[in-house]
Design a protein around this ligand. Structure first.
Ligand code: GS8
Length: 218
């Protein structure tokens, strides 16, 4: 059995999501760089791993997959050690369904807004580009409604899917980590339970490890 391979660059948000999970389970893995500068993500070799020409792609022996949340679930399922540590809660129908629900919320309500704010307000300026201020402003406005929903949920339970940490929480890490380095980070001050949830998440060693491979935020 070869070592699992993540094709991509650790500082990219979708790649960081997978790295968090690999760190959570203590797996042996290798990040195989994909050089965007020379268009390596559009080569036949990479398109065979991710037909959309995006990162990450992932390889575990004969299994070749893409989509960071799918890869994350694969890693967690493969290394599941005990029911209580299971970040997908797969032995409990109700809990695993709530994990799925909040993972969908992250993917469809939260990430499409925060990813683009973080990319335009933090990543692009960092790599010499200029962010789209109109897009940032529109997304910030929409984000307030989403954070109201999060505030209500996190006033009831410690984590999104319940009083247990899950992939649904961890999946918020990459975009939120960069968001907190934008001038808009203080938006979270209006949602005290969300802010406390985030600060608590950031104490997790897997997130610190993934953060070490990302753009420095200070
Ligand atoms: C998104 C992949 C993606 O956008 C997933 O894996 O979760 N839904 C997919 N990848 C970006 C980098 S993410 O920070 C990417 O590959 N961008 C390169 C490009 O747009 O050419």
């Amino acid at each position: 059995m070869g070592v699992m391979k993540v094709y991509g660059v650790a500082r990219y948000m979708s790649v960081a999501r997978v790295i968090v999970c690999l760190e959570e389970v203590g797996a042996d893995y290798q990040v195989v760089p994909v050089d965007f500068a020379v268009g390596e993500h559009k080569t036949p070799a990479h398109l065979a791993r991710n037909p959309f020409g995006l990162i990450p792609a992932f390889e575990d022996d004969d299994l070749v997959i893409f989509e960071s949340r799918t890869i994350s679930k694969y890693v967690l399922r493969k290394y599941k050690s005990s029911d209580t540590d299971d970040l997908l809660r797969e032995n409990n129908l109700t809990e695993s369904t709530l994990v799925d629900q909040w993972l969908d919320v992250e993917a469809h309500h939260y990430d499409p807004l925060v990813f683009h704010i973080s990319y335009n307000a933090f990543v692009l300026p960092k790599i010499g580009g200029t962010g789209d201020q109109k897009l940032i402003d529109t997304n910030l406005e929409k984000l307030k409604k989403v954070l109201e929903v999060y505030e209500a949920q996190l006033s009831k339970t410690k984590y999104l899917a319940g009083n247990f940490i899950s992939l649904a929480d961890l999946s918020h890490f990459p975009a939120t980590y960069y968001f907190m380095a934008t001038p808009y980070a203080n938006l979270f001050d209006n949602y005290p339970h969300v802010k406390a949830w985030w600060e608590n998440l950031m104490t997790r060693p897997s997130l610190k490890k993934a953060a070490a491979g990302m753009f420095p935020v200070a």
